[in-house]
Design a protein around this ligand. Structure first.
Ligand code: TRP
Length: 340
C-alpha cells in the first residue's frame, strides 16, 4: 500500500508572518505625496496580516543638520499621522531609532563589512551631499546607510517597501547581510527584498515633486481652509482651457492629478469636465476633492491629537517590542562573532 507521509509540524506551527519594515525621517508633518506614495500601501500591507515595523529615523535627521529641532514632538506627530492614516498600533510596531541602543551596537560590526569607497559611491548619499546647505559633510552622512541596514536587519525583515532613491541603501543592506553570513559562516541574516512602490509620483502645487522643503505640499493635517489657500496659490499657466498634459502643462496637470487621485477618477476625464472653466474652476475642484477625501482621516487625526498620552504610549509600546527583537538579534550576532 502506498504510504503518504504527512508533514508532522504543518498543523502545529503556522507559517511565520512575513516581516515588513518601512520608515521615515521625522522632519515634519506627512503630506499627500507620502499618503498616496507610501502610507496607503503600508496600511494595505498591514491588512494582509504581515508583521509591520515602522521606524521613525530620528538619527538620520542629523545627517545634514547640526541639531534635530524638537525631535520628540516630530516623532509623536509622525505617530499621529500614521494612526490617522490607518496604521493599527495593535498590529504594527512603531519605534524610534534613538530608543533602540542595540541598533548602534549592530552598526559597528556592519561598518567593518563595507569599504569607504563603497560608502562614498552611494548615489543617494552623493545627491544629499549635493543638496545639503552645510559647509562640511558629517561622517554620519556616509555611515547612515549602514545604520539603516541595522534598522532593517535587526528584525530580519523579508520586505522593505521603498521608493527608487532608497534602492542603493537596500542593496547595501543585502551586501552586509551576505558578507556577515560569509565571514562568520552562518545563515543568521536574511537578505531583504525591496518592494518598489509603483505609485506614480504625486507632484506638488508648483508641478515639481511634492516635498515639505519646497513649500508645495498639502499636509494631511492641514485644515480645509489651509488646504484651499495652498491650492489657490498653486502654479497654473496662461491657457484658460484646462487639459491634462503632464509634459507640456506640469502645473495644471499636477492639480488635475491631485483631484483624480482623491476622487478615484481618470485625470483626462477630470480635465475634460473642467475644460473652459479655467484655473479657478480647477482649483475649486481640487480643493473639494482633497478635503472630501481627507475628511475621515482628519476627523480621526483631530481625535488622536487631543490625547498626546496615547501617542506616547503607542511609541513606548513599539519601542519596547523593537528593543526586545533587537536585543535578541544582537545576542545572536555576538554569539556567531564569538564575542559573548
Ligand atoms: N532613509 C529613509 C528616508 O530618508 C528613512 C529610513 C530609515 C528607512 N530607515 C529605513 C526606510 C529603513 C526604509 C527602511 O526616507
Amino acid at each position: 500500500m502506498h504510504h503518504r507521509p504527512t508533514p508532522p509540524t504543518a498543523a502545529a506551527t503556522p507559517a511565520p508572518r512575513p516581516r515588513v519594515l518601512a520608515g521615515d525621517r521625522p522632519t515634519g508633518p506627512l503630506h499627500l505625496g507620502h499618503y498616496f506614495g507610501t502610507l496607503q500601501n503600508r496600511v494595505r500591507l498591514q491588512h494582509t496580516g504581515v508583521d509591520l515595523f515602522l521606524v521613525i529615523a530620528d538619527y538620520q535627521v542629523l545627517t545634514d543638520r547640526d541639531v534635530a529641532e524638537r525631535p520628540a514632538e516630530h516623532a509623536e506627530n509622525l505617530v499621529l499621522d500614521y494612526l490617522a492614516a490607518g496604521i493599527d498600533p495593535e498590529r504594527a510596531t512603531v519605534f524610534t531609532h534613538s530608543a533602540v541602543p542595540a541598533l548602534n551596537q549592530l552598526l559597528l560590526p556592519f561598518l567593518s563589512l563595507v569599504s569607504v569607497a563603497e560608502l562614498s559611491r552611494n548615489p543617494t548619499v552623493k545627491d544629499e551631499i549635493a543638496h545639503s546647505r552645510q559647509a562640511a559633510v558629517s561622517g554620519l552622512m556616509f555611515s547612515y546607510p549602514v545604520h539603516q541596514a541595522a534598522d532593517i536587519l535587526f528584525c530580519k525583515a523579508d520586505l522593505v517597501p521603498v521608493g527608487q532613491d532608497q534602492i542603493p541603501h537596500l542593496e547595501l543592506t543585502r551586501t552586509i547581510a551576505r558578507r556577515f553570513n560569509d565571514r562568520y559562516r552562518t545563515d543568521l541574516l536574511p537578505q531583504p527584498e525591496p518592494l518598489l512602490s509603483a505609485a506614480p509620483l504625486l507632484l506638488g502645487t508648483d508641478g515639481t515633486k511634492m516635498s515639505k522643503s519646497r513649500g508645495n505640499a498639502v499636509p494631511l493635517g492641514a485644515t480645509e481652509d489651509e488646504t484651499a489657500r495652498l491650492i489657490r496659490a498653486a502654479t497654473t499657466d496662461a491657457d484658460r482651457h484646462i487639459t491634462y498634459d503632464p509634459a507640456r502643462r506640469p502645473g495644471v496637470s499636477a492639480l488635475v492629478d491631485l483631484a483624480a487621485h482623491c476622487s478615484g477618477r481618470d485625470p483626462h476625464a477630470v480635465a475634460e469636465q473642467i475644460g473652459p472653466g479655467g484655473a479657478a474652476r480647477l482649483k475649486a475642484t481640487v480643493t473639494e476633492a482633497v478635503n472630501e477625501h481627507l475628511r475621515p482621516l482628519r476627523t480621526r487625526r483631530a481625535e488622536l491629537a487631543a490625547d498626546r498620552g496615547h501617542l506616547r504610549a503607542v511609541l513606548a509600546a513599539g519601542n519596547r517590542r523593537a528593543n526586545a527583537v533587537a536585543d535578541a538579534t544582537l545576542a545572536e550576532v555576538r554569539a556567531v562573532m564569538g564575542s559573548v
